[in-house]
Design a protein. Structure first.
Ligand SMILES: [Fe+2]
Length: 229
């Protein structure tokens, strides 16, 4: 099993159990080269994507949440309460831990959407969530120990491990968990949840008024701001 590459949590973070919000999650435009999916796929120079941009797409992120004894982490528990995450399970994605590893990881990397939020709190290891930008380009988001990411319903995305082939995550759900992924096809393009996402997020980009463009950003900022302890 690979060792975590994440940095140690500071003394103050341990004391307060609050994430240091000033450090954004890492994201960049995906360079579609022939390299294996587990490579970073960055352009040279790298083309960073800001947290604001991710938020405009409806993606919520937090970083540097303490993972030790996460059951008692006040910040994490507040997220669960405020957002109604009332079911959870731990999943380890690694060759020796996940049954049918090859088949399952291939499936995770197929472009798909869900009819619910996808919520992952990373307990150890590193992986990549790729999400579609307004124009269809892939944005790669690095998710590592202490990161929490929420993808909105109806957003096309895919997942892969990084080259260390190890990620342990807490999967959170609102209500009864469903692990169904709808792989992209003409029918998923017209699913109600997809049309809702297109209309409420992607189509806003076509409007020139800044107040309209920033509607999703304001909503996601509010959602993230609600999680304080
Ligand atoms: Fe997914």
């Amino acid at each position: 099993m690979a060792e975590s590459t994440s940095t140690p949590v500071s003394e103050s973070a341990l004391q307060t159990q609050e994430p240091r919000k000033s450090i954004p999650i890492k994201a960049w435009y995906y360079n579609p080269s022939d390299a294996p999916p587990s490579e970073p796929h960055q352009y040279s120079p790298n083309r960073d994507v800001s947290t604001d941009h991710l938020q405009k797409l409806g993606v919520l992120t937090w970083t540097q949440i303490e993972t030790d004894q996460f059951e008692n982490n006040r910040f994490l528990n507040k997220i669960k309460t405020v957002r109604g995450y009332n079911y959870e399970e731990v999943l380890t994605v690694a060759p020796e831990a996940l049954p049918n590893f090859e088949e399952n990881t291939k499936k995770f990397f197929m472009e798909h959407l869900h009819d619910h939020e996808e919520i992952r709190f990373i307990l150890d290891g590193v992986g990549y969530e790729d999400v579609r930008d307004y124009d269809g380009q892939w944005i790669r988001i690095e998710i590592k120990k202490g990161d929490l990411i929420v993808l909105p319903p109806g957003m096309y995305h895919r997942f892969t491990l990084d080259k260390n082939q190890y990620l342990k995550a807490l999967l959170l759900y609102q209500g009864t968990p469903t692990r169904i992924q709808f792989e992209k096809n003409p029918e998923t393009d017209i699913m109600e949840v997809r049309l809702d996402y297109v209309q409420s997020v992607l189509e806003l980009e076509k409007h020139s008024a800044p107040e309209v463009q920033d509607k999703v950003l304001a909503a996601t900022t509010k959602a993230m701001g609600a999680i304080t302890v």
